[in-house]
Design a protein around this ligand. Sequence first.
Ligand SMILES: O=P(O)(O)OC[C@H]1O[C@](O)(CO)[C@@H](O)[C@@H]1O
Length: 528
Amino acid sequence: MADALSLWQRYCDYIYTNRSLGISLDISRMNFDEEYLNSMKPAIHQAMDAMEALESGAIANKDENRMVGHYWLRTPSLAPSDDITNEITRTNAKILSFAKSIHDGTVHAQSGPYKHLIHVGIGGSALGPQFVARALAGNNDPVTPHFVDNTDPDGIDQVIDKLHDQLEQTLVTVVSKSGGTPEPRNGMLEVTAAYEKAGLRFADRAIAITMEGSKLDKQAESEGWLARFPLWDWVGGRTSVMSAVGLVPAALQGIDIESILKGAAAMDEVTRDHDIRNNPAALLALMWYKVGNGKGAKDMVILPYKDRLELFSRYLQQLVMESLGKRLDRDGNVVNQGIAVYGNKGSTDQHAYVQQLRDGVNNFFATFIQVLKDRDGDSINVEPGTTAGDFLCGFLQGTRRALFEGGRDSMTITIPEVTPFYVGALIALYDRAVGYYGELVNINAYHQPGVEAGKKAAAAVLDLQAKAMSHLASATGSSTAEEIASAIGNPEEAEVVYKILEHLAANDNRGVVATFGDSPATTTFHAG
Ligand SMILES: O=P(O)(O)OC[C@H]1O[C@](O)(CO)[C@@H](O)[C@@H]1O
């Protein structure tokens, strides 16, 4: 009993509640004490100063010589120049009036209003829009979004096939900040081909969201696409959901984008507070730091007990891991930082991996996200006096308790309901927590050199493919991968050549035939 009472006391002591915002963060089930919070004050205050400088327009992303301005998107007056403020305000107004013109039929397809949207983009150009679309979908959305977020032909077919007889009434957003990423370029070409096959002009339905002057922007301009919206170099892909990247699809879907921005701005306001006990983003970052020893020793498991929030963990996976997963710190030391993030939704996950969380390796901390409102309207009783929502609430509490009893840490974020305002607030909470944590561990949270390296490696593979294919076209007879790699002047790349040709041979009309031997070394390929 004493234990339960002291836990209740700890809960009352360590729950951050903001009544006007309607959000609370309970850190009472994390293993820390008051001394830890006090000892971290200088470090977190330094992080707050750095974030203040970032918001004022400092070159916070030094490696790319860029400002980091996603906070300005929801409070344009904060931007370091009038030009930027006006650009944001103008773009948001343009998004709203564009969405209105689609909804009221001023801009329409030949057979009627636009009813669908194919959103083409990858990484930050898709994850935020997908999360928002899923979280805030309604029954009578004027436009239903669909996503092409990969260069997987079969995945693209699934989207196109579903819409094949409705393409005439389907808009397409092509999103690429750089305007040169292969995946959205491929997605755009595939979707364009589908429109052409249906006898439709792609440009009439296409909307480009990219940096002005990019390859994509130039193409959209020269082909006379339906609309173009700008992105700016000071918005990172993974924090672009409140730029045109996320606002255009959300506005088209009929979501109140102004409320998303308001929720984020309100959270931004709160998370600038220098009093750490009154700053939920600082508390989050400090908990991450404590539980993972400042080295990401424990994984972050995100458990929203709400179906609408099921994509939040995927969204946070990019935000946290692309931002914090860094080899070098800002002084050039090898630190291999990061925090692994995964999760889906409760109570579904209780019937999957939560078994390990409760009983297995203790290498994680959980973040429960509780939504107080069960549904619009009344619920039936599934047992006397008990609704399905009561079960959901009970399962969350039960799992939280079981984890604690097993010595596993957890936090709980509570919001009243899933609305545009709270979706904006949740995103902003994690934006700033990631910013603070990046400062605590002294890494640049705003670049992604590892991803860039992967992109270069992929380009090199495609170069090898072209060389191997041209060799096969002129060669007589069959050759092993080793022979082909030597013949094209890359003997060290036999394995890559083998994988390339194995893939081509598995697909019709790619001009490669494989005769498989006992091992890759004895497998031969010829043109055919
Ligand atoms: O919007 P772009 O330039 O096509 O880039 C897509 C994504 O690729 C990344 O650069 C790396 O994953 C992300 O940051 C970005 O969201």
